[in-house]
Each structure stands twice: as C-alpha cells, then as structure tokens.
Write a protein that binds this ligand. Structure first.
Ligand SMILES: [Cu+2]
Length: 524
C-alpha cells in the first residue's frame, strides 16, 4: 500500500472517531440538561424561583446591581410566566442536544440561556450557593456550546443526529441545523461501524453512572455542608413594598380581670406567622402569634396558668413576673400534655415570659415569647395612650418562596436577619401608632432578645419618665435613650407637644435597619 494511501486512510479513521466523539459529547451534555430540565419541573423549583434571583443578587459587585435589579423587577410580578418559560426552554435544549435536533439553533440558544440564567438566577435547580460563584459553571456551559459549534463547523453533518435524517428529506432544514459552510456539507459524513458505536455507548453509560453516582451523593450531603446549605435569602429582600397586611395591635389590652385571681391559658403550637410584609415564618408560638398574647394583670392578683402543648415537641413556660420553683412549674410539657400552676403577681413591672425548653435560644428565637404587664397596686400617673412593644429577633432560612423557617446556626452566631417590634419588621412604619398633642404616651417595652438588647429612643422627643423594669419605685426622668437588656423591660412615657410623626427605634442602627423601627403619629 502506498504511503499516501495509508495517510488518507488514517485521516479518514481519525475523522470518523472525531465525528463520533463530537456526537457523544453532545449527547452527554444533553443528559446533563435533561437533569436540569427535570429539576425545573418540580414544585420546589417554582417555589424558590424568585428567591434564587434575590440570592443571585447578593454579594455582586455594585456595577452589576442594575442588571440584577432589572431582572428582579421584571420577574417578580410575572414569576409563573418565567418559571414556565424556563421549564420549556430547558426541556427543548435537552431534547435538541440528546436527539441532535436543530443543532445550530439549540447551541446558540443554549449558550445565551446559560449565560443569562447563571448570571441572574443562580443556576437551574438545587443545591444552591449564593452569588457570583455560579459564574464559573455558566462559563463552562457556554464554552461547551462554543466547543460544539466550532467542532461541527469543521465536521459538517452528523450521522448521529435527527437533523441528518430530516435533511435527507428536506435539505432546507440545514439552515437551522448546520453550522458548516456549503463545501463541508457536500461531504458524506463518516460513520463508525455499529460494533464500535455500541462499544462507545457502553463506555459512555459507565462513565455517566459514575458521574451521577458521585453527583447524587454530593446532593444528599448532610446538613451543614456547603452542598446542603439552603438558599440564604434575606427575608427583608423578599418583603413586599406594600404595607404589612395584618399589623399586630400594640395597644395595652385591658386587665384580664378585676378580681383576686385571673386565668391565663396558653397553647403551644407550630404556627406560620408573618415576619415582614408578605413574608411568613414557620415557627412555634403560644396562642398562634409571635409575640404571644400581651397579658395584663394587677399587682396582688393570683394568676392561674394552664399551658397546653399542641405542638410537635416539648415546650414549657417561664414567667419573669413569677417567683416559683422552676423545676416544678417550668418543667417540660410533652406534646399532647398540659400543665397547670398558680402564682401571685407580687412585683409590678413590664416582664417577659417565654418557653424555657432547651435550647431556650431556639425556642425564643422561634417565636415563643411574650410580655406580661403587672400594674402596680398604686396606679402610675394615668397615660392617654398605652402601647406594648416587644422586641424580638428572627434568624431565618428559606423553605420555599416567601416562607422561611429557623436557622439555628445564625442563632448561635448571633446574626439575626430581622430585629422587630411585635414580630413583624417595619409594621408600625406602615401603620403608625397614634396620639394627640400633649398626650402622655406610655410604652411598655420588653426586650425578648433572645440575644440583643434594645436602645429605645424616640426621634424628636426626650423620654419624659422611665421606670426601669416597669417598677414605679425606680423612676428616671429626661433620658435620651434607654437601654433594655434581653429578658427585661421598662415603662417609658413620652409627652409630645408638637404635631408630627416621631419614629421610635432601637438606636442600635443595625437593628433599626433590620426592622426595629416604628412611627408615632401625633396630631392636634
Ligand atoms: Cu418551646
């Protein structure tokens, strides 16, 4: 055999294998897309969709902010349209790659779509990490599409594609399927013998089995590893700009009773509560709200307590206003059980009460806290308006969409996502508390923490009288700010003589930014 003939044969063989390899690469890439497409059809994907956009916007360089804001503004009001578009586009790309259908269009659309979705929505499905780290995978996807484009420009028609058979009937199909020029397309594409095709497919299947095996074990990694770290969404970034729908009434409720004893019934349940406008949180509560009911009694009254546990785990009660044996009365109550005990309200004040079951940090941060106001036997100077403000903290992780739940790691690290008065961020900005000029406005402020104190301050005013812990035997006058530690309270009177809107804040501005701000509207 002549040397030139040998060379031609060798070239033909290598070209045959390259064409097969290019087809195999396309099909394997198609399987990855099929997995992406499959994940996009799950309800979790739809539930998280808007959250992904917000996540992706975190930690981006400032020059990219308009790009991310543009997508958030565009997608948020039409989320379901974008969810369906994403599902359909991903499915079509997967089919195009697997079958070799409309290859040119598939590659171009695929490259553009990859760049877009990775740079805006954090990728295709779980597990997620936040921000710019996804630009890496985006570029890999785009490069793979470009690789396919370049390879097929060189090689022309692919016998391992549906396009090949369509073109044999309708040559015009080449316009949306082929990347090569007319000269290359004239050539008959080389094709491997069936035996070698089958051997190649077996090899690919083994490689894929190994790949998906390691992928699924990475995706099922235990909590705490980066792969399982849930979407870290800031609840305030999910909040709607419309006003809080159901603000908590801050008015001090009337005394529970005027007799010598009063009955208090608290029911522990697993409840979903609002923590910002349009944002809910799966927490634990007493009587379905966080904070729990404001309890108002008078010094000298006996408080008959019943705590019933209708939740899924142990809970208990701890009244800071009571003096009882904690091992007995504050013991854990199993689900389905209840506890009764009585105590006498001997000391007046603004007190916290909470679940005391371990870890208390978790039970308080998950919503199980409230305020109990014990009026002094000799009444304070009368107030015209009386409001209860219980400051709390929310530590969140996203369950789905605008529904969040607890993040114990954030609790341990002392990193609240929200700091709030009466459970819902900014609710009294949307719905200001009210008073008339010259009124004595009394705030019963309780800091439930669990971790941070409050530096209570009324902008535009000076605190007229402060009763530390709410006891009239301690009286301070004319303070600018009063600091209240977690687990304590104070009664704070202000008198405002000029009409206007006076914000009240936790003057730790980090906390005010995170929700601990409200407004007092003073009118004539
Ligand atoms: Cu509890």
């Amino acid at each position: 055999m002549a040397r030139s003939e040998q060379l031609t044969q060798a070239r033909a063989a290598s070209s045959t294998w390259q064409t097969a390899a290019s087809g195999a690469l396309r099909a394997v890439f198609g399987l990855v897309w099929a997995l992406n497409a499959y994940l996009s059809w799950r309800s979790e994907f739809a539930g998280h969709y808007v959250g992904y956009l917000h996540n992706a916007a975190i930690n981006q360089p400032s020059w990219l902010a308009p790009w991310f804001d543009f997508w958030i503004d565009l997608v948020t009001p039409h989320a379901s349209l974008f969810i369906w578009a994403t599902r359909i586009i991903e499915t079509l790309i997967a089919l195009g790659l697997l079958l070799g259908f409309a290859r040119k269009t598939t590659y171009v659309v695929g490259a553009l779509f990859s760049l877009l979705i990775w740079s805006t929505a954090e990728g295709f499905s779980g597990p997620y990490t936040s921000g710019a780290t996804n630009l890496g995978p985006a570029l890999v996807y785009v490069l793979l599409f470009i690789g396919l484009i370049l390879s097929e420009r060189e090689r022309g028609r692919s016998p391992y594609s549906v396009d090949y058979y369509i073109e044999r009937k309708w040559p015009g199909w080449r316009r949306i399927s082929e990347l090569a020029g007319p000269r290359v397309l004239e050539e008959v594409p080389p094709r491997l013998p069936w035996s070698e095709q089958i051997a190649g497919m077996v090899g690919i299947l083994i490689a894929l089995a190994l790949l998906f095996g390691s992928l699924s074990s990475a995706m099922n990694a235990p909590t705490g590893t980066p792969a399982a770290a849930a979407a870290a969404v800031d609840p305030l970034s999910l909040a709607s700009t419309s006003p809080v729908a159901n603000p908590r009434d801050a008015k001090l409720p009337p005394l529970l009773g005027t007799g010598d004893s009063v009955d208090v019934s608290l029911i522990a349940t697993d409840t979903t509560v609002d923590i910002a406008s349009g944002v809910s949180y799966q927490g634990w509560t007493f009587n379905g709200t966080a904070p729990a009911p404001f309890i108002h009694v008078r010094q000298g009254q006996t408080v008959n307590v019943t705590v019933e546990n209708r939740g899924a785990m142990e809970h208990s009660i701890d009244f800071h206003a009571a003096q009882v044996d904690p091992e007995t009365d504050y013991r854990n109550v199993a689900p389905g059980q209840s506890i009764k005990f009585s105590w006498k309200a001997e000391v007046p004040g603004a007190f916290m009460y909470h679940c005391g079951t371990s870890p208390v940090l978790f039970h308080i941060a998950n919503g199980m806290y409230g305020a109990i106001i014990v009026d002094p036997a000799t009444p304070l100077p009368p107030a015209d308006e009386s409001y209860v403000l219980v400051q709390g903290e929310w530590y969140t992780s996203q369950v789905q969409g605008n529904t969040l739940t607890a993040d114990y790691d954030k609790m341990l690290a002392g990193k609240p996502d929200e700091v709030v008065f009466n459970g819902i961020a900014f609710q009294y900005v949307d719905h200001p508390l009210t008073a008339k000029v010259g009124d004595r406005v009394r705030f019963y402020v309780v800091d439930a923490g669990p971790t941070y104190d409050t530096s209570f301050h009324v902008i535009g005013s000076i605190l007229e009288t402060v009763y530390p812990d709410g006891d009239p035997s301690h009286t301070l006058n004319h303070l600018q700010t009063y600091q209240i530690a977690p687990g304590s309270g104070a009664i704070i009177d202000v008198v405002i003589n000029t009409p206007g809107t006076y914000p009240f804040v936790d003057h730790s501005m980090l906390h005010a930014n995170a929700g601990a701000i409200g407004k007092l509207k003073v009118t004539q």
